[in-house]
Design a protein around this ligand. Structure first.
Ligand SMILES: NC(=O)c1ccc[n+]([C@@H]2O[C@H](COP(=O)([O-])OP(=O)(O)OC[C@H]3O[C@@H](n4cnc5c(N)ncnc54)[C@H](O)[C@@H]3O)[C@@H](O)[C@H]2O)c1
Length: 387
């Protein structure tokens, strides 16, 4: 493609602040030609990010009707990822959707089938896979130096209060609660690092004044490899903020001959137990056998790299897409299995049979195509480098 790839953005909420700067960094490779956002209160912020030349329309179907749009970037409430993807595919537009891909695997399957039938690509912006430090950990895992990996621990902390005036308060809007919304970052990374999950058990905590679904959850899993996985999300903590803080996100992996971790704000580290590992000692020095040493990591954010690769895909160039719709369906499946475990009190084995979304009641004004935003709406997405 000689000209810039032309992108229409559906939704102009908080995460636009990560997407628009990522496109801008790509210079002449792409152009955001329109943003759809029905909420006038958001328009000033969108103009600030996109500039005054980019038109803002209320109805995303206007974006899909434009022949000059090559692909759409869906940054909508989770319950709208499915209908927007179906409409985009029908209009012949390539799709990238923010995580989480959809509320369950039945919705993911419809999205995959619609894009396949229309001959357009479907990508999910699971940004952690593209982040320099998360990729550095992937590189360590792939050396095989950790030996037989038997344990994974992934952790996510935020302080989130979502009032009933927001889509994200409601199970039907967010797709459950914090597990589907954001522990899917950890689930996706776990699958990328360690392969598929075979079975899960889950417990959750609910406080209706914070949100309808769970605000905290613990998922215990076993990988197809046999390794154990412990994932937790806590949306009522400030442990990631202020002086002497812990972390926003953390990944730890332990194997029979070494271990490694990545902690938000600190970086990626490795330690090798096996002193006969000449290759590791050559790369990191003797210190790698006496303690943890820092693993050099690319200084790029996840959104920046993910959207750069997606733009290459739109332009017909070789693109390192790590997060196709097919690939990321599996992440939704693990979260859905966790919810089935909560419902049944049992350990749930994967794969799951797809089941249609079972509505639990969201106010009609939030169900449709617009979201009512109130001044007290507050999601703290944490201190990622992308925000
Ligand atoms: N990767 C990350 O770290 C990260 C962080 C935050 C959010 N996200 C994801 O980004 C997506 C959006 O989240 P957000 O935090 O920006 O939510 P948000 O509520 O701030 O923004 C959603 C926007 O969509 C608009 N909208 C609703 N219906 C619409 C329609 N029919 N057409 C056009 N716009 C419409 C709303 O008015 C709102 O401005 C979600 O999938 C979320 O999970 C990802």
């Amino acid at each position: 493609m000689e000209r810039p790839a032309r992108i229409g953005i559906l939704g102009g909420g908080g995460i636009l602040g990560a997407h628009l700067p990522a496109y801008r960094q790509l210079g002449a490779a792409c152009e955001v030609v329109v943003v759809a956002e029905p909420e006038p209160a958001r328009h000033a912020a969108i103009r600030q990010l996109a500039g005054c030349d980019v038109p803002i329309v209320a109805d995303y179907h206007e974006v899909l009707a434009r022949p000059d749009v090559d692909g759409v970037d869906i940054i909508l409430p989770h319950h709208l990822h499915l209908p927007a993807t179906l409409a985009a595919a029908a209009a012949g537009k390539h799709v990238i959707t923010e995580k989480v891909m959809a509320r369950n695997i039945a919705e993911c399957d419809q999205m995959i089938a619609a894009c396949d039938a229309a001959g357009v690509t479907l990508t999910v912006c699971h940004d952690r896979r593209y982040h320099g430090e998360w990729q550095a950990l992937k590189g360590i895992v792939e050396t095989g130096w950790l030996g037989d990996i038997f344990f994974w621990k992934l952790d996510h902390n935020q302080d989130v209060v979502i009032p009933p005036s927001s889509w994200a308060h409601w199970r039907d809007g967010i797709g459950g609660g914090c597990i589907m919304s954001c522990l899917t970052h950890q689930i996706d990374a776990l699958r990328w690092y360690g392969g598929e999950v075979a079975r899960v058990t889950c417990l959750t905590a609910v406080r209706p004044e914070r949100m309808q679904g769970e605000f905290a959850g613990v998922v215990v899993g076993q990988m197809a490899s046999g390794a154990l996985a412990e994932l937790s999300i806590n949306w009522w903590t400030r442990s990631h903020q202020g002086a002497n803080r812990l972390w926003y996100e953390m990944v730890q992996v332990c194997g029979s001959s070494g271990e490694a971790y990545r902690v938000d704000g600190r970086g990626t580290f490795v330690r090798i137990h096996d002193r006969d590992n000449q290759a590791a000692r050559e790369r990191f020095g003797e210190a790698v056998c006496d303690g943890f040493v820092a693993v050099p990591a690319g200084d790029w954010g996840g959104h920046q790299r993910c959207l750069a690769e997606w733009v290459k895909l739109l332009r017909g160039e070789p693109a390192a897409i790590l997060t196709s719709g097919r690939e990321c369906r599996g992440t939704v499946e693990v979260a859905e299995a966790a919810y089935r475990s909560v419902e049944t009190g049992q350990t749930v084995a994967l794969p799951l049979d797809p089941q249609p979304w079972n509505p639990s009641g969201m106010p009609a004004n939030l169900r449709g195509l617009t979201a009512a935003r109130q001044p007290d709406y507050h999601i703290d997405h944490g201190a990622t480098r992308d925000r």
